[in-house]
Design a protein around this ligand. Structure first.
Ligand SMILES: Cc1cc2nc3c(=O)[nH]c(=O)nc-3n(C[C@H](O)[C@H](O)[C@H](O)COP(=O)(O)O)c2cc1C
Length: 307
């Protein structure tokens, strides 16, 4: 009996030691470290009765964003929200100085895109949204508002946000209803994150060029990889190439002529910079063009691509 107990105890201790070393998720077996998100987008939302929360979760899910709830220190009861009376919510909305306290700490430092969600209260955002803007530094971030409401549109709340802090980059945003389809949510995400990138820095052996870019899916895919530094190998006295680890979208055609400075994709992952002009029978997808490219010589080169 005693030996059984000792055996059981040593098994338990070993499990603790092993799990202590590897830090595995008990349910999935994934390494805990794998779960630390490197997302650049976050959904931050306030929801008093759960409607905005539902939309917030769907946006986070479909955009692969992190999600953070703004939790009020003093929760809103149903009588706090009874807008036909002299309720707490009405008092706050009528008081310019009202800044309802937020209970949780909200770390926004690592995010570029912030989907900011709230219900409409008396035509605009609830005052707790100003507590958020007063507490954390949103400058330089792409703020994408969304709301739910009985019927009121989001536009006044967005104007009010922009007037409150003119330094912030606040998109037009969108009002959602709970019946909106996944397609509506997807379009909202796409409209607000896929901005056309028109140029890119190309630094070749330390010399900086500006490449003008095509407006196509290949460029959008490539833009996700930058900044990146690549060794590009010499070929045929007219091009430098590298096989990327990632496949990019393609739409190949035969350009008939390659122009000096063309940046092309051959196949779905071979990135090429041409430094001589010549006729070609090959098919490429065009990424962009560098106007004033020098002769790149006969050696392999190091190229940095940056925003
Ligand atoms: C105090 C208060 C004021 C409101 N004002 C408006 C309004 O001006 N226009 C509107 O369409 N809905 C208004 N509503 C309804 C809410 O915007 C709507 O129910 C919303 O979806 C609730 O979101 P939530 O469940 O995330 O809190 C108001 C609700 C409350 C509690």
């Amino acid at each position: 009996m005693k030996r059984k107990k000792i055996l059981l105890l040593s098994i338990i201790i070993s499990i603790f030691i092993i799990s202590g070393c590897e830090k595995k998720d008990i349910l999935t077996g994934d390494s805990i470290n794998d779960k630390i998100s490197d997302n650049k987008s976050v959904v931050i939302y306030f929801s008093a009765t759960g409607t905005t929360e539902e939309i917030a979760k769907r946006i986070a899910n479909q955009s692969n964003s992190d999600i953070i709830e703004i939790i009020p220190k003093q929760k809103y009861t149903s009588s706090d929200l009874n807008y036909n009376s002299d309720c707490r919510a009405n008092k706050e909305q009528n008081d310019d100085k009202s800044r309802p306290e937020i209970e949780n700490k909200i770390d926004i430092s690592k995010y570029d895109n912030v989907y900011l969600g709230y219900p409409i209260w008396w035509g605009t955002y609830p005052k707790i949204i100003l507590t958020l803007l007063d507490t954390y530094d949103f400058s330089g971030k792409n703020i994408i508002p969304f709301c739910t409401s009985g019927s009121t549109d989001i536009s006044k709340s967005v104007t009010d946000l922009r007037n409150y802090n003119q330094d912030l980059n606040i998109k037009d945003g969108k009002r959602f209803s709970v019946n909106d389809s996944d397609d509506v949510i997807n379009k909202f995400i796409e409209d607000n994150t896929n901005e056309e990138i028109k140029t890119m820095k190309v630094i070749i052996n330390g010399k900086e060029y500006i490449a003008k870019l095509e407006n196509n899916e290949t460029v959008k895919d490539f833009a996700k990889l930058i900044p990146t530094e690549l060794q590009m190998n010499e070929l045929n006295g007219n091009e430098k190439y590298v096989y990327l680890d990632t496949k990019l979208a393609t739409d190949p055609y035969n350009p008939q002529k390659i122009n000096k400075g063309d940046i092309m994709l051959y196949g779905d992952n071979c990135l090429v910079i041409f430094y001589k002009s010549f006729d070609t029978s090959y098919r490429y997808t065009k990424i962009g063009h560098i106007d004033n490219l020098s002769d790149l010589g006969d050696k392999n080169i190091i190229v940095k691509f940056d925003k």
